[in-house]
Design a protein around this ligand. Structure first.
Ligand code: HEM
Length: 127
């Protein structure tokens, strides 16, 4: 059988390391930290569930929270082009920090660019 991207990336442990490294950076980023909760424990837990299913692993996010409807769930937050770039920069740094390499990194990052662009709901001059 073909491997899923979830298996190719290294499964639960690698996703957990990536998400933890990511939110460490989000918490310190001046454009991002103001719109996130101070305690990112629950946010990180949901993101681990989400990325697991996004990569073709078990549908953990949907099992607990229902359909992701990600754009709708982001509407309460002003997601500007600047914030989308910052989000992607934190993810890129997190991938570097955990030493994630190869085609699975590149495919995941390319897909995240599209998803991040889809989340933009506010122009830069309105934040
Ligand atoms: C939740 C910001 C892109 C997946 C959130 C929250 C914020 C946020 C403020 C709420 C945190 C909380 O209350 O716990 C952003 C910004 C983005 C972005 C600024 C820049 C484009 C993305 C992308 C993905 C994603 C690309 C998917 C790969 C999620 C998930 C949640 C979430 C799964 C949890 C939803 C829930 O409450 O169930 N995001 N996000 N976000 N975000 Fe994003």
């Amino acid at each position: 059988m073909f491997q899923s991207p979830y298996e190719a990336i290294g499964g639960e442990q690698v996703i957990a390391k990536l998400v933890d490294a990511f939110y460490e950076r989000v918490a310190k980023h001046p454009d991002l930290s103001p719109i996130f909760p101070n305690d990112l424990t629950e946010t990180a837990r949901k993101q681990k569930q989400f990325l697991t299913q996004y990569l073709g692993g078990p549908p953990l996010y949907t099992a607990e929270h229902g359909h992701p409807m990600l754009r709708a769930r982001h509407l309460p937050f002003p997601i500007t082009p600047t914030r989308a770039k910052a989000w992607l920069a934190c993810m890129h740094e997190a991938m570097d920090a955990i030493g994630l390499k190869g085609p699975v990194r590149d495919e995941l990052y390319q897909r995240l660019i599209l998803t991040a662009q889809h989340m933009i709901n506010t122009p830069d001059d309105e934040r």
